[in-house]
Design a protein around this ligand. Sequence first.
Ligand code: ASP
Length: 465
Amino acid sequence: MNRTQIDKTSNLAGHKVKLNGWVQTTRRMGKMVFIDLRDISGIVQVVFLPDNKELVEQAKKIRPEFVVEIVGQVNERPAKLVNNKLATGRIEIQAEELTILAESKTPPFEIVATEKEQENEELRYKYRYLDLRRSKNQQMLIKRSRFIKNIRDFLHQENFTEIDTPILAKSTPEGARDYLVPSRVYPGKFYALPQSPQQYKQMLMVAGLEKYFQIAPCFRDEDSRADRAPDQFYQLDLEMSFVEQEDILRLTEKIFTEAIKSIFPHKKINNTPWPRLTYKEVMEKYGSDKPDLRKDKNDKDELAFCFIVDWPLFEAGKENGHLAPAHHMFTAPKSSDIPLLDKDPHKVLSWQHDLVLNGFEVGGGSLRITEPILQEKIFELVGISQAEAKSQFGHMLEAFEYGVPPHGGIAPGLDRILMVLLNESNVREVVAFPKTGDNREPMTESPSEVSADQLKDLHIKLDKK
Ligand code: ASP
């Protein structure tokens, strides 16, 4: 007999089915036993009637979170016993056979997801596999998966090529600290986990791929703060050749409009086309470079996207006596402003664009510098010596001497966008195995110590206080 998913049982009154799942609750009423059985698709009530004594005795052994297989008859419930709160509330299963596939200890918290439940994060993340049994969390992961599939399919249709770039990479400066991985083969040398695939995607443009994307894992070693991305997150990283800024913005708008319409159809995008606002304008009008343009901030289904353009190339002030790039060092200045680079660099505007959603910065990108001389000039202004530029970015400067197409891109942060779409206030809630606020993963207890042999292999001696 094939297994039936619980959500299919509603339409199978009069049939015999085999169900597999977890026991949500058990209740004894007189000589009868009731259980609510749960699988990925829903919950159904199963009844063990007193006439089959042996079966009832067996059912009495069942406790919440046991994994069971039940064969039974789908019965229409009498009108007064219909439970409108359950999708399967018009029927129940009259059990005929029961197999306990696995027992369960009493879980450290109830699996039922109610809005009120707020166990501490530490406990939920330590037992994340139990936390994820809650239908709200399962639905989150399912939605996330479908949302990303929709984006992938769309970009494939638009002739983009999905390309994986290295995880053991050379550091790309996105303004954060790198996660480093020591090389065993080359003592004293390190890979960096990519803060973003920025340099690789630009190289792919030099390589003539023209339209690249990747659901790219990015790593930034930063102290967690509620408003910061976690140390590991996913970007929809994309890059295109022979485009203008407006092409990138239009494509971004199309990708997300399409994915939201399909996967989050109850959400309303309030302003289309999404407003393109200049940095100057938003700072004057809203005092923020990530304005919340929702009309009703209490409406959790309203989405207000906008793009911020015409950013200054450099951040206000100086770091160690040098200019700091507002985005990253590969962002192109507007050509008319290039003469200002020496005279009045803070006046130079760039081709950067940020994507903002409901007051959150959810992505950024730009048109890129493609002239080696201009790129060298920017390195110099941000305080990277010629020798350093050569050792860190020599490959880029060299590649640009071999026929580089004009190109640009963007990298919307998928976790942040999903956080807003799923009405979560914390980005950690939209990933399967999140870290705590202080960068630990309580389930596997990472980070962890490693053996002396491993350290020796890697030529590492610890200097622990
Ligand atoms: N690499 C950039 C970032 O992570 C995005 C881009 O410029 O395309 O912010």
